[in-house]
Design a protein around this ligand. Structure first.
Ligand SMILES: N[C@@H](CCC(=O)N[C@@H](CS)C(=O)NCC(=O)O)C(=O)O
Length: 256
């Protein structure tokens, strides 16, 4: 299978996580933001990544990809266990549509303030050489386009931080009864979605591309990262990355 990505995207990270978990061999076709349109438009009218190209067709959207992969897994390893399907799906949608939107806006706001060369070191991993050569020249235009596409302003960032904090608090409250995962004793798509959507403000070392360490993040972003990393929900997401990010379903299910 072939996964078309913007490598930095946390929605793409969710699809990568699902592919590894399902034990699927795949190649990643990475593109820089905006350059990705040419690759995905034939498969997704919305022009969004991730898109998974399979033998039977293209699947756009990280949730659709996880559901497709889940159909291949034995019952004991499913990311959408039948008896909890509704709860898992509702949480996954909630994290994708609220937390993910705000953490993405936050990360672009801070990283786009860096020089192109710095941004490219992280965002360009795996992208074609020609895109890496052309992008720095277009950087002021890209910055303006993305700023308007993602509605980035100091007001939206401030409001977004409140949404991120509230979601972290909700997650911490849910885990307050001592359960190891969001829906109880079983690792599910809700955990994958939360960990991935939270990743931009946590910078987990196990992420599918190399992220900067918190010490190397833009100065103004460091206090938020420290705060979210120390939050119980941040600790939970970091644990999910540590314990589950690279593990295939079978070994995960048989783990103690
Ligand atoms: N709900 C979608 C969201 C995907 C999404 O927002 N992808 C972003 C990358 S982070 C994208 O392709 N943006 C390109 C654009 O909006 O032009 C999913 O879960 O896959």
């Amino acid at each position: 299978m072939r996964l078309i990505t913007i490598p930095l995207s946390h929605y793409c990270e969710k699809a990568r996580w699902g592919l590894v978990y399902a034990g699927v061999d795949y190649v990643e076709e990475a593109h820089l933001q905006v350059f990705h349109y040419a690759a995905v438009r034939p498969h997704s009218s919305r022009g969004m990544v991730p898109v998974l190209i399979t033998e039977t067709g293209a699947i756009a959207d990280s949730t659709a990809i996880l559901r497709f992969l889940d159909a291949r897994l034995p019952d004991a390893c499913k990311l959408y266990p039948e008896e909890q399907r509704k709860e898992v799906e509702a949480l996954e949608d909630h994290f994708d549509e609220t937390l993910g939107v705000e953490t993405r806006r936050w990360v672009y706001f801070h990283w786009m303030s860096l020089p192109a060369r710095e941004v490219m070191k992280t965002a360009g991993q795996g992208a074609p050489l020609w895109e890496l050569r052309v992008a720095p020249m277009l950087f002021p235009l890209l910055r303006r386009f993305l700023g308007s596409r993602l509605a980035i302003s100091s007001i939206t960032i401030e409001q977004g931080l409140k949404v991120i904090s509230a979601t972290f608090d909700e997650v911490a409250a849910r885990l307050g009864d001592g359960r190891p995962y969001l829906c109880g004793s079983r690792f599910s798509a809700a955990d994958v979605a939360f960990a991935c959507m939270a990743a931009p403000v946590l910078l987990p070392p196990e992420y599918g591309i190399l992220l900067p360490t918190p010490e190397a993040a833009p100065v103004q972003a460091r206090e938020d990262i420290r705060r979210f990393r120390e939050h119980p929900a941040g600790q939970f997401a970091l644990r999910l990355f540590r314990d589950h990010r690279r593990r295939a379903a079978v070994s995960s299910a048989s783990a103690p």
